[in-house]
Design a protein around this ligand. Structure first.
Ligand code: FES
Length: 153
């Protein structure tokens, strides 16, 4: 059901934790399943993401997508990080089962929320970044029975 990469990132999530004094922090949840993802970004003066960490209270797919998303945005400029969509994260994980696609949306939205927070703190506008939602929830979310892990450090 899950690719080897998904299982690897689920069992050995990268970049779990938090960044003290982070440049931007974004938290997004899905009210229907109760899953929550928080992303921390450390962004330098050249607007390059030097570090990224996450905490996810959620299903295995949410943990794997958080882990992969943090790997993908590290070292990128804030503009490049905007291109790390949920589709890009899923592709990097060799796909997700259809019922789990929405989990990857949490990762995309949490990155956007962290970038939004960074932009607000620095009074700048990030081209192409829309105000993120704090709750992503889909009417056809059917995975309430699939919450199986907590990835807090
Ligand atoms: Fe809610 Fe995966 S994010 S089931």
């Amino acid at each position: 059901m899950y690719s080897e990469k998904v299982m690897d990132h689920f069992e050995h999530p990268r970049n779990v934790g938090e960044i003290e004094g982070a440049s931007g922090v974004g938290t997004v949840g899905n009210a229907k399943c109760g899953d929550i993802m928080r992303i921390y970004l450390d962004i330098d003066e050249n607007q390059v993401i030097q570090d990224c960490k996450f905490k996810t209270f959620g299903c295995g797919a949410a943990v794997a997508t958080s882990s992969m998303a943090t790997e993908l945005v590290k070292g990128k400029s804030i503009q490049e990080a905007l291109e790390v969509t949920n589709v890009a994260v899923m592709e990097a994980l060799d796909g997700l089962p259809p019922v789990k696609i929405h989990c990857s949306l949490l990762a995309e939205e949490a990155i956007h929320a962290a970038l939004w927070n960074y932009a607000e703190k620095n009074h700048i506008e990030i081209k192409g970044l829309k105000k993120p939602k704090t709750d992503i929830h889909e009417d056809d979310h059917k995975s309430d029975d699939d919450r199986d892990v907590v990835a807090y450090d």
